[in-house]
Design a protein around this ligand. Sequence first.
Ligand code: KPC
Length: 524
Amino acid sequence: MDIHHQHPNLLEWNELIEQAMVDPSSEPILNLAEDSDGEYDAVFIGGGAGGRFGAAYMKAMGGRPLIIDAWPFLGGSCPHQACVPHHLFSEAAEELDRMKWFSGQLFFPDFDADRASILDLIHLFRAGRGTAHAFMNWQTKEQLDVDYVLNAHATIVNSTTVSAAGRTFRARNLVLGMGARPVWPDIPGLDLHGVHDFVTLVEELDYEPQSCVIIGGSKVAMEYGSFFHATGCSTTIVSRSALMRTRSLHHIDEDLRLYVVDGMRKRGMTVLEGAHPVRVNGEDGRVVSVTVRLESGDEVDIPTDFVFMGTGERPLVQQAQEVLGIEINDSGRVVVDKRMRSSVPGVYAIGDMIDGPMEMFKARKSGVTAARNIMGEDLEFDFSEYPDSLHTTYEVSWVGLTEAEAREAYDDVIIIQMPPTVKGLDTEHLPLPCAEGTMLYAFSKPELSGFQKLVVDADSRRVLGAHHVGYGAKDAFQYLDYLIHRPEGLTIDTLGWMNELFLNPEHFVQLSRLRAGNAVLRDL
Ligand code: KPC
């Protein structure tokens, strides 16, 4: 179907995408300019965040990009199965958590677990995700003027040629952005009905789980586990590593980690660290329990009707490996340099195909980095340092060094923290920190009102790291990241002289100002 001369609105796009999704024999969707027989500057294989942003940037610079994607929509897994549903579920988890703590108090009704349904939220997501898909297609065509072929599998012929939708496309460069898919370890019983990952959850869940065992200790495990548990689906996490101590997360401050994991336990979740899943057991083809070897060596059977896999993802590298002989590292990711160039000349890789966090900023910026290098710029993208976050029933955000890392690297480190660690202070009853989203907790259940820590080098007075559990502060960490990683850094004096918006969630401004007058800095 050639839609280049048509201009579907969002509703029409939505219908077109929906039809393509339900009909496996549906035609490819072609949005190709008249002169599309010419050579492209790059074919972006995969129109997820990396491919879409890379192609858009290239077009804006006067280049000729083409995106090819097997799905009938652009935007990739984020709006379809990954970050968008996760954010919807995490927002629901936050609301449900508040409703449970305040059940029958103030203006809150009695909490009704029957109305908190995982399935309802999945249906809500499935019914609504098409609007994001439609917008991605509309924006990329009408506003960004990028050529694309959707609903078509791309076959790599060589490093300058790709075929799709019965056509052959030539390009000076290929940019590989085919994304990643969840990977399951080799444990007996994973073929039973009732075993899901974040993809099959939104695509296939067909019953309301009553309890859940999560295998793995990843961000996904913590985030989805907190959501399931908040709906009343009693959840156990089985993790080999201590939570938030997996290799994929860096700069996790121990006090922040303890506040987060204790908070999960306080809400009734079972967190088994140092535990190994042995097998998933079934009856009549359905999950009934999981056998787990505990840290002690004892084996226990945990009854459950639902198993959720939070054991990580692997990129889709097979075609590039077989056809191009591209170099892959031990963790299955494409090896690239800081310009996103792979081992094959003219072939770039971006997003979840390469090492580093499987996060949006890396996907989009790696796509843009590939595009700008292809267009002749000499641009490096170093994503070894970045701000990070996850959801439990809280927003958890962090950037820069932990207290322990800072003490290793600097002689004189001070900590600004709320609640402070002072023996005998009885901080369980301290209504601080309080800010957006924690005021009700602060006045009713103060120990639930969050945690924050600022790590400062007392000699240079520079902020080295910031760590926060609460609400409303996550976006500030984008800017804290920028400020503290500038060559001149961010001093406690500059931070303490910012114009805070009353009880700003990070609180760091007010607390920094209380100490900035000291010639010799001290903890607070
Ligand atoms: C709707 C939304 O912004 C989340 S999906 C983003 C996909 S993309 O804009 O291609 O990064």
